[in-house]
Write a protein that binds this ligand. Structure first.
Ligand code: NAD
Length: 475
């Protein structure tokens, strides 16, 4: 840290201008909640704090710290065991603040950026408060829990002038970048269909994570965990396996479809679908959860300047006892790309102009005279060069062994923080355009309806009723 910055932070701490309680506080007579467009000097360390030190909080923190000149100064979590674990895992610096109350972190002027890695129902609240407190934010996916929460996050981000990155880190992998390059170069022609599945068949994969035996109202803050969710008596299963309950999580759509959709939006430059329909079932994990373990969703992406109209079909089956082969496949008129995090295969296959005849065709059912006439016309219409298909071509791309998508995703965030820029690869507008369709999948499943979405304005639309008369324009 530069001396000037250290002095400034000392002064701020001495003034204890940002106490942890609400209300507008002041720093040197200025409101604390003002947009701060200041760059961080390349020589300065970016000081981060992680809010939510569970499974992903640990992985995110490690990935963030694999970037140079980044320092962890504080963590927040609601379970004391995780605070103690974080102190051991990351607290080589004895000063690491570990607190149950994330507001204490937001009040610290020496925290530049926070990682929001809590259950989904807390994402919007903490993100908005952090932006208002002048922090840069890395928020885990899905950016929000419900469709009506996205706009407030986007507004807070715009108003703050701060950098924000949403955490579907796979789009920072070399293979997703390569898939985007290929699609944008027209290597598979116009896209017509995308399919992707993410099946599993094991208890941990189905979110039944281990519950620590000391979980109790003494060792964790149950009331704060509930947040804006309905009040209820303490239940350790809900705290540690929150994905299984729609009060806190976003089901298979928010947990897994979100990665698939984020990848597709990144690769195709689409703004999103206009019609979303889901169906599903709770088939196997009947352990008290209230979200389905099987879900298939169909989405219609309309033609835009960026792409032709295409359909996308996504599936998760947590009860797939058969052979599991998860893949994302982008199908175009001239080829396909199958891709995962580490590699992709492009298969180019362009049809000849001439359609051909005979074989399993109606040609043989014609009389000989008609067949003769058909041949004559066909030969005139299709010269030999129109009858040859380009040879099928396969291109394999393997990500470099040291490709670290997770660290790179944070790297993009930190680069923008240093430059005082809001232009991350997955900013909140992109993040919400990816989250909204998956949240609509849940709405479609639970309310048994087609959800109509306007991806440009990012608002829900009224369904188009077949046969309904258009209002007559008065002249
Ligand atoms: N990008 C990815 O690949 C990826 C992978 C896994 C999880 N995630 C996301 O990360 C988030 C966390 O998932 P997880 O698996 O780590 O969950 P987890 O249950 O392991 O950890 C969540 C932690 O948040 C803490 N917490 C809850 N409310 C809090 C609050 N108000 N203040 C401070 N701490 C709070 C809990 O005590 C808990 O320890 C979710 O949004 C999830 O979707 C992303």
């Amino acid at each position: 840290m530069t001396p000037s910055r250290r002095t400034c932070i000392k002064k701020l701490s001495a003034a204890s201008a940002l106490a942890a309680t609400g209300g507008v506080q002041t720093v040197f007579g200025m409101p604390a909640y003002i947009p701060n467009l200041k760059k961080i000097s390349p020589n300065d360390k970016i000081r981060i704090a992680t809010i939510g030190m569970g499974i992903q909080g640990n992985y995110d923190t490690q990935a963030a710290l694999r970037n140079p000149d980044v320092e962890l100064v504080a963590v927040a979590d609601l379970y004391d065991g995780r605070l103690a674990h974080a102190k051991t895992a990351f607290g080589q610096d004895k000063d690491l603040l570990a607190t149950r109350d994330f507001r204490q972190i937001l009040a610290r002027p020496d925290v530049d950026a926070v990682l929001v890695v809590t259950p989904d129902h807390w994402h919007d609240h903490i993100t908005i408060e952090a932006l208002k407190a002048g922090k840069h934010v890395y928020c885990e996916k899905p950016m929000v829990q419900h469709l009506n929460e996205g706009k407030a996050v986007i507004d807070a981000w715009k108003k703050s002038g701060k950098t924000m990155q949403v955490g579907s880190q796979r789009i920072s992998s070399a293979s997703f970048q390569e898939a985007k390059r290929m699609v944008q170069a027209g290597d598979i022609g116009p896209i017509n269909y995308i399919e992707s599945n993410s099946d599993r068949f094991n208890a941990i994969g189905a979110w039944n994570y281990s519950i620590p035996p000391d979980a109790s109202l003494t060792t964790l803050d149950w009331d704060r965990f509930l947040g804006d969710a309905p009040k209820r008596a303490f239940d350790a299963k809900r705290f540690f396996r929150w994905r299984n309950y729609k009060d806190y999580g976003t089901g298979v759509a928010g947990d897994l479809f979100i990665h698939l959709i984020t990848g597709v939006h990144f690769v195709t430059n689409t703004l999103g679908p206009t019609r979303i329909f889901s169906s599903g079932n709770l088939a196997y994990w009947k352990d008290g959860r209230d979200v389905p373990d099987i879900m298939t969703s169909i989405m219609d992406y309309p033609k835009t300047d960026a792409h032709e109209a295409f359909q996308m079909v996504l599936r998760v089956n947590f009860a797939n006892a058969g052979k599991i082969s998860n893949v994302t496949r982008i199908i175009g008129n001239e080829g396909t790309i199958e891709f995962s995090e580490d590699n992709l295969i492009l298969t180019k296959k362009k049809l000849p102009v001439a359609p051909g005849y005979n074989g399993y065709d109606s040609y043989f059912t014609f009389t000989p005279e008609v067949q003769e006439e058909f041949k004559k016309q066909y030969d005139a219409q299709y010269p030999p060069e129109t009858r040859v298909a380009e040879p099928v071509k396969e291109v394999k791309f393997n990500s470099p062994k040291d490709d670290d998508a997770h660290a790179k995703h944070f790297g993009d965030f930190f680069k923008n923080v240093r430059e005082g820029s809001q232009g991350t690869i997955e900013d909140p507008v992109f993040g919400f355009r990816a989250a909204a369709p998956v949240l609509a999948c849940n709405e479609s499943y639970f309310e048994q309806k087609v959800v109509h979405w306007d991806p440009v304005t990012m608002t829900k639309k009224a369904p188009v009723v077949a046969g309904a008369k258009k209002p007559v324009k008065k002249t």
